[in-house]
Design a protein around this ligand. Structure first.
Ligand SMILES: *Cc1c(COP(=O)(O)O)cnc(C)c1O
Length: 476
């Protein structure tokens, strides 16, 4: 294909995208697929000669699409959402067409300047104070890694990158036992080592870290000669929405000179609604905050925003300026690749700009409020079903439940609930995932798809009731 044929195939792709998305409600959310089926349908060797687009496109429709789990399905209640509002898909199409590499201001001035603006729009949208600036990264995992590297360098007086860690003291990072595995990996990759991730126990209905235990752990570490370096707070944990008392935890972190990062990957989007900001009280004291517009806010993957109270610390940790990357003759510019680990950068700001303008803050708030209300509806309906147990209480649009008939021990209940979720997901009308809370297997429900309607909550209630009854009778 050359650009002359592009209009034809580009239009075909656009038409396909519209009808695919419009027809999603009639498909199973997760494909009824045998492992290896797609692999076996793909040629063993690359073609020597060009194939025609008709054949390529047909194979996409016949082989690939039936093997996809449909993340844009309105009844995708698993994991967290990875939404793509149509206006953002248009933006991605434009970005792909220009295919710019946005590593430096001068390699894409408009992308850089727009990035600064939309990050600031989001800062205002989330209710963060003016002092914060920020950068768009690919994922929360990357943003957390950059924050942990900054914790490390700051605690080692900016010597770690140069000297290595062999003779550095043992650093300590504190987080609750409910934080995401991206924190573990950041600790591994930064060379700090998992033994130095101090996991503080959680308490209370929000499953937040025990702040007194945090204080005691820091004190003990100091007495034993460790170097406390950083604190990672959780706002909306992945498993069950664990949320720390940020005000109290940040106060302890600050009193001890720690660099403070908050993981709000999922729940950060909810802060656009003022009524949910109480969950984040005190967050303005953090040094770094990450949230993923590519989850709940309807920007397609990947798009993770990291807010920074003082970007200089992160730039000091990560910037490298060889001669060939210097920008001559321009003052007051930002090169965002100095804020992140990869040099190359996609143009991610355009889809955010299209989203915020195409729906407005009020349109996005309505979406979030609907999801919370519909999750509550499903939660309340499950709560009154026979033998259903809900633990802990819901967090925003997320809650967990299990089928718990009397007289079964925890092992039998785990097996029963495993059968229940397998039966629900094989049925295909809805899609859920599981987690463990205090060692017990529970089923997670989150409402968050961009195209979800109240009827989808009603379907979820009906499907869960119907299949739970079947599983309990032993029919599944
Ligand atoms: C999803 C999630 C992450 C990881 O996000 P990525 O962008 O996929 O790296 C981290 N923390 C929390 C709380 C999450 O929900």
């Amino acid at each position: 294909m050359d650009w002359k044929d592009f209009s034809k195939w580009g239009s075909k792709a656009v038409d396909w995208a519209a009808s695919y998305n419009e027809g999603l409600r009639d498909r199973a959310v997760r494909p009824p697929l045998v492992p290896g089926k797609v692999r076996d349908a793909i040629a063993a060797h690359p073609p020597e000669q060009a194939e025609d687009m008709e054949t390529i496109f047909k194979d996409f429709e016949d082989i690939i699409v039936p093997g996809m789990t449909h993340w844009q399905h309105p009844r995708f209640f698993a994991y967290f959402p990875s939404n793509a509002a149509p206006v953002t898909v248009v933006a991605e199409y434009l970005v792909a067409s220009m295919a710019a590499q946005c590593m430096l201001w001068q390699t894409s001035p408009a992308a850089t300047e727009l990035e600064g603006k939309v990050v600031d729009w989001l800062r205002q949208g989330l209710g963060l104070p003016d002092g914060f600036s920020g950068v768009i990264q690919d994922t929360a995992s990357s943003a957390t890694l950059t924050a942990v590297l900054t914790m490390r360098e700051r605690a080692l007086n900016w010597q770690g990158n140069q000297k290595g860690l062999a003779d550095a003291g043992r650093l300590r990072i504190y987080a609750s036992e409910e934080v995401h595995t991206s924190i573990d990996r950041a600790i591994w990759v930064s060379g700090i080592g998992e033994d130095n991730l101090v996991r503080i126990p959680v308490q209370g209905p929000n499953r937040g870290m025990d702040v007194e235990a945090l204080e005691a752990a820091i004190e003990l570490d100091r007495a034993e000669g460790f170097i406390p370096a950083g604190l990672i707070g959780s706002l909306g944990g992945t498993s069950a929405g664990a949320t720390d008392d940020l005000e109290a935890a940040i106060a302890v972190g600050k009193a001890n000179g720690l660099y403070i990062h908050i993981d709000a990957a999922w729940a950060g989007s909810a802060l656009i609604c003022p009524e949910y900001r109480y969950l984040a009280a005190g967050i303005e004291g953090a040094d770094s905050i990450v949230f993923n517009p590519h989850k709940w806010l309807a920007v397609p993957f990947d798009c993770s925003v990291q807010f920074l109270a003082n970007p200089e610390s992160q730039v000091k940790t990560l910037a490298i300026k060889p001669e060939y990357l210097k920008t001559q003759g321009a003052d007051g510019i930002v090169n965002y690749s100095e804020w992140t680990i990869p040099l190359g950068r996609r143009f991610r700001a355009l889809k955010l700009w299209f989203l915020l303008r195409g729906y407005g803050m009020e349109g996005l708030r309505t979406m979030i409020r609907n999801h919370v209300a519909w999750a509550e509806k499903v939660h309340d309906a499950i709560g009154v079903m026979a033998n259903m147990e809900i633990v802990p209480p819901p967090m925003l649009s997320l809650f967990t439940f299990r089928l718990a008939p009397e007289g079964m021990d925890d092992e039998a209940l785990d097996a029963l609930n495993l059968r229940l979720i397998e039966a629900i997901n094989s049925d295909g009308r809805i899609y859920l995932t599981q987690t463990k809370i205090e060692g017990k297997f529970v089923i997670r429900f989150q409402a968050g798809n961009w195209t979800m309607e109240e009827q989808d909550a009603d379907t979820a209630i009906a499907v869960i009731a119907e299949i739970a009854a079947r599983v309990e009778e032993g029919a599944e």
